[in-house]
Design a protein around this ligand. Sequence first.
Ligand code: 4AD
Ligand code: MG
Length: 463
Amino acid sequence: MQRTDIRTALQSKAFNSLINVRGWVRSRRGNKQVSFIALNDGSTIKNIQIVVDLTNFSEEQLKPVTTGSCISATGMLVPSQGAGQDVEIQLTELEVNLYPLQKKGLSMEYLRTIAHLRPRTNTFGAVFRLRHHMAMAIHTYFHEHGYYYFHTPLITASDAEGAGQMFQVTTKNLYKLQYDEAGHIDYSDDFFGKMTSLTVSGQLEGELGALALGKIYTFGPTFRAENSNTPRHLAEFWMIEPEVAFIDKAELMDIEEDFIKYCVRWALNNCQDDLQFLNQFVDKGLIERLESVVRTDFVRLPYTEGVRILQEAKKNGKKFEFPCEWGDDLSSEHERYLVEEHFRKPVIMTDYPRDIKAFYMKTNEGEEAGRETVQGTDVLFPQIGEIIGGSVREESFEKLDKEIERRGMDMSNYQWYLDTRRFGSAPHAGFGLGFERLMLFVTGMQNIRDVIPFPRTPKNAEF
Ligand code: 4AD
Ligand code: MG
């Protein structure tokens, strides 16, 4: 018989007809006359109740129906007499496969070690359904706003962020490396004839798209070999990078704010069952926080002003682990102080010191030497810290060329990029949203490893 998914079955009004559902047993309870099986198939957080009349089924037949086992249940769909559900199934035919499991709360850390079990739990079911919905929200937002989905390469010869945290890609035999006179590895016989890596960002290629199609976005895997074992960093994560021609800093911030609110609103409108579950069992403040972000105007705060507020707080006795002098890269404790304690709202921080930001950001005019700033626009969120990194791009060939040289970057890898400034350059700006940071926010999960099906972190690529 054809299977119906449980989400559909729960909404069905086709009473007194036969239906087949398949899924994993969440629990079984009952007495000598009747047994109740709560069954879940991942299509929704809700279970369907299977009612077993023990005059038709023996204890022996039901013995393998334990928590975690997989069953196929056929029976009559009827309105439910019990509270808590509208419909239930009166079992007539049962098939059981065995995957038994203890019915007890398992820790997130423990579940990370059991690949097959993790996605079958209520929590990860909710997280991964929400992950799907956020991807749909993102594509819908950009499509409806006239952006083109632009595919940028995963293998690249240029370091977009200039931070040198790249994973190398090679077909060379690592046991037999050849070196030139200077002791450098000779890449001329490597697959691409030069040194290549996995991308840390699709932005540079994305800029070429925006300077031709006007508005583009990328949405793909991104790789960073930074050795940061934190609850907010992954070595492989997904990033969304819109890039838009002819906009300035204020318009860029408007897009950042509008886009992220759209995604959060989408979750509130389309994922209530899963959000309710997470709000009850993972983070009691979740729904309230999501609703508050959608309602609030984000604060727009120049870096220099942010540092002033942080130093003021320090003077008044606030303890920070890391320094926050002008010129320092703020750490997440600083970002979270501003967002969670000082403003109690999301903050878009702007105009950062040039030397803590990437080479491509547009410099502000008229700053004194040593205090140069660039038009960055990072979005800082409660619980998360930085969720978006963005900026206006330097469109002047002369300035960009000089900056690449000043930083000692290998000019030969950026000529194709500089060509956008040599030929028909135009003002443009864009940003990158870390997909898993957004997922942390909309699920209330504490660790970024728990919002991606197969996390990649230092010393961890088991499955
Ligand atoms: O601030 P980042 O490094 O900016 C860029 O890569 C720019 N090229 C984006 C652009 O302007 N097109 O990274 C952007 C975002 C961060 O704000 C953060 O949300 C996320 O990507 N991110 C990470 N997420 C998980 N794990 C990591 N290791 C991350 N590094 C950055
Ligand atoms: Mg950043």
